[in-house]
Design a protein around this ligand. Structure first.
Ligand SMILES: [Zn+2]
Length: 119
C-alpha cells in the first residue's frame, strides 16, 4: 500500500543542457504521474534520496567503500556478512529510508537496528 520512489535527479547522464532538460522533464513527468496515481488510489508514495542505495546494507546500514560494478548482481555486506541480490538490497534500503519496513521485519526500527534476515 506504500511505494518508495528514488528521487532520481540524473545530473551525470546528460551532457548538454538541452538533453538534460529533456531528460529531467521526462523523469519529472514520470515521477508526477506515479505520485498522482498513488494519490488517486490512496497509496502512500514517498520520495527517497537516491544516493548510495546500491552501497548501503539493508540489514545493518553499513556502507561499502566502493560501488559494486554493475556486473556484480549480489550484494555481500562486509560488516554483517548478509548476502542478498543487489536489486533486492537496494529496494530494502529505499524502504528503510522511506520510513517503511521491509516485508518480514516487525515494527519500525531505525536503520542500523535491523537484524539480518534468517536464511
Ligand atoms: Zn550489513
Amino acid at each position: 500500500d506504500a511505494i518508495a520512489v528514488e528521487d532520481f535527479r540524473p545530473k551525470f547522464l546528460a551532457r548538454t543542457t538541452m538533453a538534460r532538460k529533456a531528460a529531467d522533464a521526462t523523469i519529472g513527468a514520470s515521477k508526477m504521474a506515479l505520485i498522482e496515481m498513488g494519490r488517486k488510489h490512496g497509496r502512500d508514495v514517498r520520495l527517497v534520496h537516491p544516493a548510495h542505495t546500491t552501497m548501503d546494507c539493508a540489514s545493518c546500514g553499513a556502507r561499502t567503500k566502493h560501488a559494486l560494478p554493475l556486473s556484480e548482481r549480489t550484494y555481500t555486506c562486509t560488516a554483517c556478512a548478509v548476502v542478498s541480490p543487489r536489486d533486492k538490497n537496494s529496494a530494502r534500503v529505499m524502504l528503510v529510508r522511506a520510513g517503511l519496513t521491509p516485508a518480514g521485519v516487525e515494527g519500525a526500527r531505525p536503520l542500523g537496528a535491523l537484524l539480518p534476515e534468517a536464511a
